[in-house]
Design a protein around this ligand. Structure first.
Ligand code: CUA
Length: 317
């Protein structure tokens, strides 16, 4: 029981909900589980009774009644009740179908094996980020989900249900977080060799903290203008062809946006805790740390330059 129960909690558990939609999903799960357990116990008791205690033959009439009540009426009633409950739950999981509006829209575009995250504020301005999702507590947020290559799936179990990101179409998902904290999202549709390494922290913040976090990300990081050697190495190695850093001439979009990358909790899409050492390690060994990704390993970079580059990136706060 211990491992069973311990798997019910944690940052990536649908049974430890921290969002409105996740609570509904968890309730549905428990209703189904209790219902299924009750029916299973009843059927087991009935079969034990028939095998052990009821030895005399049963009349045709009695057998017919059992089939009618236990084989037709009972399952139809139970399944209709469960289906009705699930259908009743659905509109609140898909509120935009009913015309509800959200103030903040977060656009998520999945690629092998990372997430582009664009915050669209109500005033029309945008903030581009990657591999980390932040949202304000208590507010309904609209997610628009798309993909550039494979079918991926967006799922933050603690906050809500999952939805696929399908090339060529845009899906909408609603999430309303109810408890501040750090949770974890994970790609939930097999999409290639590094599918399991396609995750992200999902951080639920107090509304005011979230707004000031967003304000700070609306302007280039002060670290990006510094004349450090790291910046020169970044340019020399052509990193800006794939990566964008706001306030610099690096404007690539093939890889994750690195503006303010130093302030993210993880790097490599939830792969490593974000510090300069991990950053240097990832740049040098990305092909083996993240098999199948587009990012080449920079094994030839001298140790000193690697460190300089990593420190400059870490300073993009
Ligand atoms: Cu993306 Cu699995």
């Amino acid at each position: 029981m211990a491992p069973l129960l311990s798997s019910c909690g944690g940052i990536q558990s649908a049974l430890d909900p921290a969002g409105r939609e996740a609570s509904q999903v968890a309730t549905l799960f428990w209703v189904m589980t209790v219902g299924a357990a009750t029916i299973w116990a009843f059927v087991m008791a009935l079969s034990l009774y028939a095998a052990r205690w009821k030895r005399e033959p049963v009349s045709d009439e009695a057998a017919g009644k059992v089939i009618l009540w236990a084989g037709v009426v009972f399952p139809v009633t139970v399944l209709t009740a469960l289906l009705s409950y699930a259908l009743w739950l659905m509109p609140s999981l898909r509120p935009f179908a009913g015309g509800e509006q959200a103030g903040l829209r977060i656009e998520v575009v999945a690629s092998q094996f990372w997430w582009r995250v664009v915050y669209h504020r109500p005033d029309g301005s945008i903030v581009v980020s990657a591999n980390e999702i932040r949202l304000p507590v208590g507010e309904r947020v609209e997610f628009t989900l798309a993909s550039t290559d494979m079918i991926h799936s967006f799922w933050i179990p603690a906050l809500g249900g999952k939805m696929d990101l399908i090339p060529g179409r845009t899906s909408r998902l609603s999430l309303q977080a109810t408890k501040p904290g750090i949770y974890r999202g994970q790609c939930a549709e097999f999409c290639g060799t590094s599918h399991a390494r396609m995750a992200y922290p999902a951080i639920v913040m107090e509304s005011a903290d979230f707004q000031s976090w967003l304000d700070k990300r609306s302007v280039p990081s002060t670290g990006s203008t510094g004349g450090s050697g790291g910046r020169a190495i970044f340019r020399r190695e052509g990193c800006g062809t794939c990566h964008r850093i706001s306030g610099t001439d690096a404007q690539g979009t093939a890889g994750p946006d690195l503006s303010h990358v130093g302030s993210r909790l993880t790097i490599g899409a939830g792969l490593l805790q974000n510090d300069a050492e991990a950053m240097a390690n990832f740049i040098a060994h990305s092909a083996s740390m993240k098999p199948g990704s587009q990012m080449p390993s920079y094994l030839a970079l001298p140790d000193g330059e690697l460190k300089e580059l990593a420190h400059w990136l870490k300073d993009l706060q």
